[in-house]
Design a protein around this ligand. Structure first.
Ligand SMILES: Nc1ncnc2c1ncn2[C@@H]1O[C@H](COP(=O)(O)OP(=O)(O)OP(=O)(O)O)[C@@H](O)[C@H]1O
Ligand SMILES: [Mg+2]
Length: 393
């Protein structure tokens, strides 16, 4: 009996694929489903069966690659008693069981050439014979085949019959690999997490944002199957933990391989999210430093020379950068008198002064300057440009 089958996914590619699948489901056409391992070929075949008028009949999956070639024919077409050693009684094959239903021939590229001839005949006439019998049997089984191989190449290498390829290829539904549909990673992950939480009675503690980013960037060589397996392992083996990149990485098949990113815990700054996070921390530090500078100025009433925090004392004037003194002109353009009113100096003025002093103190070395100021170098370069403090390297 049919049960509700959904081919999950919200990416545009999957929406289009499902639309096509439902269209072909209404017809009797033979379908070839292609896609990498674990991408959901069998799920899609079941989805087509469930959407067809055959849904109340059998769906028979056959893995042509897993059945030894010597017995594949008798499995598919059945055999008569005594047809071969060990055939102690006659037995019907999958095509008979799938009569009025659907037979799903997975890994069709692995089918031996002599079986391919017989399959072509079934597709064309619906007829076949049990092994050891000459009586023609008719099966009204709808055929859906699948492969993760390049069948065209198999044809070129004479491992797959061209006529069968063309018969199968008339409607091809291709499932894109999971790495090309980031949106589906989230949809599927959410679905599987809920499914496994219910199954195991364990609640999932979630991913850190960096780990979530890795889920999206990972190559997923095992596609949805790998995602599903990993989520179940994480739930059980890492019970009660929030999943960090380090934990996640331990469970991935291709460790440290992410699209455009090699995750290295030592250099996690390369991670875009980390960069943003770090910039926020720096910004926070900068604000604190500026506040402290202001407080310091208030307490010294501007009587003493400015000494930026975290810095060695300023060097003699001749070593200072020529353009290192900040403008004392406020944004409104009033000059002169404001020098006597330090409390109205803008934060920008103070920041410019602090950076100029630090650059002077470290002889223009931007790395040391950035470190001393608690800025990252990128921010320092930006500010140097902004305040026109020194020519860039
Ligand atoms: N779109 C999907 N919605 C829900 N589950 C999916 C989806 N795609 C794949 N899965 C799940 O991923 C696993 C692998 O799917 P399936 O067996 O259909 O892949 P396949 O392409 O046939 O793989 P293989 O090439 O190894 O035979 C299954 O557990 C299946 O339930
Ligand atoms: Mg399969």
């Amino acid at each position: 009996m049919s049960k509700t089958i959904d081919f999950l996914g919200e990416s545009a590619a999957i929406a289009q694929l499902k639309h096509l699948a439902l269209q072909v489901a209404q017809t009797e056409v033979t379908v070839l489903i292609t896609g990498e391992t674990g991408s959901g070929k069998e799920v899609l075949a079941r989805f087509i069966h469930a959407g067809s008028r055959r849904s109340h009949k059998n769906f028979i999956p056959v893995n042509c690659g897993a059945i030894p070639s010597g017995i594949l024919e008798s499995e598919l077409f059945g055999h008569e008693k005594g047809a071969f050693t060990g055939a102690i009684q006659s037995r019907k094959g999958y095509f008979e069981s799938a009569d009025h239903g659907t037979i799903f021939l997975d890994e069709i590229g692995e089918m031996p050439l002599e079986t391919q001839v017989k399959l072509l005949r079934v597709i064309e006439t619906g007829e076949f014979q049990r092994v050891g019998s000459s009586e023609a049997i008719y099966s009204d089984a709808r055929i859906i085949a699948a492969t993760n191989k390049n069948l065209q190449q198999a044809v070129a290498e004479k491992n797959f019959r061209e006529d069968l390829y063309f018969r199968l290829h008339s409607v091809e539904l291709h499932i894109p690999p999971l790495r090309e549909r980031e949106r589906d990673v989230l949809v599927l992950a959410e679905h599987f997490i809920h499914q496994f939480e219910r199954k195991h009675g364990i609640s999932f503690e979630g991913f850190t944002s960096e780990a979530g980013e890795i889920l999206l960037r990972y190559n997923w060589p095992g596609n949805v199957r790998e995602l599903k397996n990993i989520l179940e392992s994480l739930l059980i083996l890492e019970k009660g933990k929030q999943i960090t990149p380090e934990i996640l990485d331990k469970h991935l098949v291709q460790r440290n391989k992410y699209k455009g990113l090699v995750y290295d815990p030592e250099k996690s700054e390369k991670n875009e999210l980390n960069l943003i996070y770090n910039s926020l921390i720096r910004l926070h530090q900068e604000i604190n430093e500026i506040k402290q500078l202001l407080r310091q100025r208030e307490s010294t009433h501007e009587d003493h020379p400015k000494t930026p925090l975290l810095l060695p004392p300023p060097l003699p004037a001749k070593q200072q950068f020529p353009d290192s003194r900040p403008d004392t002109v406020s944004k409104s353009g009033t000059a002169g008198t404001e020098r006597q009113k330090p409390e109205v100096e803008t934060l920008e003025t103070l920041e410019k002064q602090a950076i100029a002093d630090a650059l002077a103190a470290f002889n223009g070395n931007k790395r040391q300057t950035a470190k001393a100021l608690g800025l990252n170098e990128r921010t320092l370069y930006r500010k140097i440009r902004k305040y026109r403090l020194a020519a860039e390297d």
